[in-house]
Design a protein around this ligand. Structure first.
Ligand SMILES: Nc1ncnc2c1ncn2[C@@H]1O[C@H](COP(=O)(O)OP(=O)(O)OP(=O)(O)O)[C@@H](O)[C@H]1O
Ligand SMILES: [Mg+2]
Length: 435
């Protein structure tokens, strides 16, 4: 017979191996670093000008970042910080290189589907990377205790109080006090104030808004990370709800993000767990846009269908069951999204089953299905193992065609994503002007 101690021992053996794998995959001292980018990449994929035009601009103004020259002297390489300085200072034919950024707060996009392994994390990571290379400042939020995105971003030692769980504890404390303060006589309040909540909730809840945000090796990507212990948030949240029955548990992340200064980020990308629970509901309630990746198989189609139904039902139940409580917390129900898009992932162009599934998705979802699927690529399979996105991989480590193809597939998906975000921003601005 075997029991929990077997599971714990297996876990210990596996953790030893895990740290060995990390040692082998992260460059020196287990710290993930971001590579520099060549003039070829910058001109072709970022600035969209001929490489010679860019070289000429750099030669004309020696005060511009000049990058590091390769040992053989052929190619120059620039850090992302240098590329961003070029964006701020250089114009081509009078055109700015800065990305469009309407006023107002960052757009929030939840990458979500309760089907496991459809490519949510790969999509979230690549969209965040592509946006950063496009000049945007990005915050990623890892809602998944598997913490794949957190690890992919190079973070290894994460404490549970720094995760979405911590944000929920902090929110419970703040909401408990707001609700108690609403009573002229605190003794009339039927709910506990924060100092009556369990000690651990109070101490986790005492953190400040910026304490949850960590930097990554990308200078313009930060992350609210996750870790295995954050899986406990699902049990804990149920317990907190019974401690405080007026807590709008689904609004924690939206309230938290509202506290960030509007111009701290341009985009906030959520990587959701393969489940509908407290964390994914918080992600949905905080999101302006839902991005739903799905693979091209029958099971994935079935799963995506039931995900849509279950998320719809869960949000409807909240609208009907919690309307008073939400109104008191200033939340308007039903929750409105600016857009909902489906994105086909792990797509093989020459696979007739995949093209048939793409047609089926198109018939059913019409314009809501993104035009450009994310192709299945060796570069990504490899990048999964090395925890690196296509953008992070050095194209000299593989055939340039393989890398270029993979990059272009993600770039096309990103271009469509950016259009969706810009449309949502425009709609937001128009609505604000009306008010
Ligand atoms: N476009 C792609 N080409 C090749 N492999 C891919 C692609 N997208 C995802 N994968 C691989 O598929 C696996 C699952 O991807 P990923 O972790 O992104 O899925 P997920 O939906 O986030 O999974 P989970 O539900 O467990 O969070 C990974 O091994 C990843 O490397
Ligand atoms: Mg994932």
């Amino acid at each position: 017979m075997r029991d929990h101690s077997d599971l714990q021992q297996m876990n210990e053996r596996s953790l030893v191996q895990q740290s060995a794998v990390r040692k082998a995959t992260f460059s020196p001292g287990e710290v993930k670093t971001l590579r520099p980018f060549s003039i070829w990449e910058i001109s072709q994929f970022m600035f969209h000008v001929p490489a010679d035009t860019l070289r000429k601009k750099l030669a004309e103004d020696p005060s511009l970042p000049q990058g590091e020259t390769e040992e053989d002297g052929r190619q120059r390489w620039f850090t992302l910080a240098e590329i961003n300085e070029l964006r701020r200072r250089v114009r081509f034919r009078g055109k700015s290189l800065l990305p469009k950024r309407p006023k107002g707060r960052a757009m929030r996009v939840a990458v979500s589907n309760f089907k496991g392994g459809v490519g949510k994390t790969v999509v979230a990571q690549h969209l965040a990377n592509a946006a950063a290379l496009d000049g945007y400042r990005v915050l990623c939020v890892d809602f998944d205790p598997q913490a794949t995105l957190t690890h992919s971003m190079g973070l290894t030692e994460v404490k549970e109080w720094n995760t979405v769980w911590g944000i929920m504890c902090r929110d419970l404390c703040r909401e408990a006090d707001r609700i108690a303060d609403g009573y002229d006589d605190p003794d009339d309040c039927p709910y506990p104030a924060s100092d009556e909540l369990p000690q651990d909730v109070q101490s986790i809840g005492a953190q400040r808004v910026q304490d949850f945000i960590q930097s990554t090796c990308w200078p313009t990507i930060d992350i609210i990370p996750s870790c295995a212990n954050a899986a406990f948030v699902e049990f804990a949240s149920a317990q907190y709800r019974s401690l405080h029955k007026a807590w709008s548990f689904f609004g924690c992340m939206a309230r938290y993000l509202d506290e960030l200064p509007d111009d701290q980020y341009d985009l906030i990308v959520f990587d959701c767990p393969p489940a509908i629970g407290y964390q994914s509901l918080n992600a949905a309630f905080a999101a302006d846009i839902l991005y739903i990746p799905s693979g091209p198989g029958y099971w994935e189609y079935d799963s995506t269908t039931s995900y849509l139904g279950q998320l719809g039902d869960a949000m409807n139940d909240i609208s009907e069951g919690f309307s008073e409580l939400a109104e008191d917390a200033g939340i308007t129900l039903p929750k409105q999204f600016r857009d909902i898009r489906l994105l086909m992932t792990r797509f093989e162009l020459n696979n007739p089953l995949h093209t048939a599934m793409m047609d089926a998705f198109r018939n059913v979802f019409g314009e809501d299905l993104c035009d450009s699927p994310i192709e299945m690529t060796r570069a990504v399979e490899q990048s999964g193992r090395f925890q690196m996105s296509v953008y992070e991989q050095d194209y000299r480590q593989m055939t340039r065609e393989t890398w270029k193809r993979a990059r272009q597939s993600f770039d096309r998906a990103y271009d469509e994503f950016r259009d969706t975000v810009l449309r949502a921003w425009a709609a937001d601005s128009a609505q604000k002007e009306e008010v």
